[in-house]
Design a protein around this ligand. Structure first.
Ligand SMILES: C[S@@+](CC[C@H](N)C(=O)[O-])C[C@H]1O[C@@H](n2cnc3c(N)ncnc32)[C@H](O)[C@@H]1O
Length: 413
């Protein structure tokens, strides 16, 4: 077996550490830290890069800590990537990664990227988890090597309500594919979402104070017990969230996100219309509604738009629309919005929507993103169309993973 002695330089987007082979190729290796030296075996080789695994670690970085969770590691749970690094180091890696993406892919000055904002206590934060069924019928997460499901006894990143649901849950449906648990530590609401191969919902009995929704094989959600939605509390408002509506998975950081968007939207004086594209249940747009004349929410999921109607009803100036982003932006007939917020899924803004957004030319744009690479790609395009990148603020929505949320503000030069 050929092995290589590698010293690692930095963390990269995707969560691996980057080192170099003697022939100049870069090599990506998980579960090591910048500054560490390890003997590595290559698992994938290409002309300009390779991927490998640690055979033996020769040195430890000062940032290395003992992972708290017994399920963490290369041949176990794939949910967390960085429990072996202290939290301050995780935040520093995230800042460096975002700066690297903004410079290399976005072709922008990386100094506009502020240091990543972290959580005070970076544990028990997830209000929503997706669990799979292991070979022996237990609930778990997809393994880090993608080789099946790692059954888990407990998870340190579930919030307390979700952890409570997980402990109490006893289910045995032969056709069960996945189980999602959603819960709020603030309102106490809880929901179990069962995904099956069935076409018909079964009769079930549940002893717990939770709602149970079953998603049938065609994607239709059917409420079996309780309510079709749960409620969360963020930034002084209650948010209604249906079983298949998106909501930010970290409630504490969702609140920071709302306040940051509000800060980046200043000055709001004189702003008539704000458009919140990829708006979900309206979290970002509705939070600005008390300070502007009109908020339009564009979202493709009808259930989320139904929630947004409910969430903004008391304000009287919120108009939610079920529409594809590209279609809505391409056919925009209302007056030009003063401020557009975009918060697309990981893949970023589709090309057609991005081109339509650039043609619409709102004077100010706030781009919320959970993927720094697609954010940087889209920023590059928008800057080529005349926008200026003012600032990028990384937020640690997902401690112990390599994922990082970002809020960018762009304005017309
Ligand atoms: C990352 S979430 C953001 C939701 C919301 N801004 C929030 O903070 O809760 C992205 C949202 O975009 C919606 N979406 C995905 N593709 C879309 C499209 N092509 N057009 C409109 N909305 C889309 C998803 O349903 C989801 O609600």
């Amino acid at each position: 077996m050929t092995t290589y002695d590698i010293t690692f330089e930095r963390m990269v987007h995707g969560g691996e550490a980057l080192g170099r082979l003697d022939d100049g190729r870069v090599v990506f290796v998980p579960y090591v830290l910048p500054g560490e030296r390890a003997i590595v075996r290559l698992t994938e080789t290409h002309k300009r890069w390779a991927r490998g695994v640690v055979v033996e670690r020769l040195t430890n970085a000062p940032e290395r800590v003992e992972p708290r969770c017994p399920h963490f590691g290369p041949s176990a749970c794939g949910g967390c990537h960085w429990q072996h690094a202290n939290y301050a180091a995780q935040l520093a890696y995230k800042t460096d990664i975002v700066r690297d993406q903004i410079a290399r892919i976005g072709k922008q000055n990386p100094e506009v990227v502020r240091p990543c904002i972290g959580m005070e206590t970076p544990w028990h934060y997830r209000n929503h988890v997706q669990l799979h069924i292991s070979e022996d019928g237990r609930l778990g997460y997809i393994r880090a090597d993608q080789n099946g499901v790692e059954p888990i006894d407990a998870c340190l990143i579930m919030n307390h309500r979700v952890a409570e649901l997980f402990e109490q849950l006893e289910i045995s449906f032969p056709s069960l594919q996945r189980v999602a648990l959603r819960g709020s530590d603030r309102t106490g609401d809880g929901m179990v979402i069962l995904e099956t191969l069935e076409d018909e919902p079964p009769e079930i009995e549940v002893d717990l104070p939770v709602s149970v929704v079953m998603v049938l094989s065609d994607g239709t959600p059917v409420t079996l017990v309780g309510s079709p939605y749960l409620e969360e509390e963020v930034a002084g408002r209650r948010w209604r969230i249906s079983a298949n509506s998106f909501f930010q998975t970290n409630t504490e950081m969702a609140e920071k996100l709302v306040y940051l968007v509000r800060e980046f939207a200043q000055p709001l004086l004189g702003i008539e219309t704000v458009v919140d594209v990829y708006g979900g249940v309206g979290l970002l747009g509705i939070s600005l509604a008390p300070e502007v004349q009109h908020v339009i929410i564009v979202e493709s999921n009808p259930d989320a738009i139904h929630d947004a109607h409910h969430n903004g009803a008391d304000l009287g100036n919120v108009s939610p629309f079920v529409e594809d982003a590209a279609v809505a932006l391409s056919n925009w007939e209302a007056p030009r919005p003063h401020l557009v917020i975009v918060d697309p899924p990981r893949a970023g803004i589709e090309r057609e929507a991005l081109e339509a957004l650039a043609r619409l030319r709102p004077p100010r744009l706030i781009y919320v993103s959970c993927d720094p690479a697609t954010l940087a790609r889209d920023i590059r395009f928008l800057c080529e169309q005349g926008y200026h990148l003012d600032v990028v603020q990384p937020l640690d929505m997902f401690p112990h993973t390599y994922h990082v949320e970002n809020v960018a503000r762009l304005s017309l030069e």
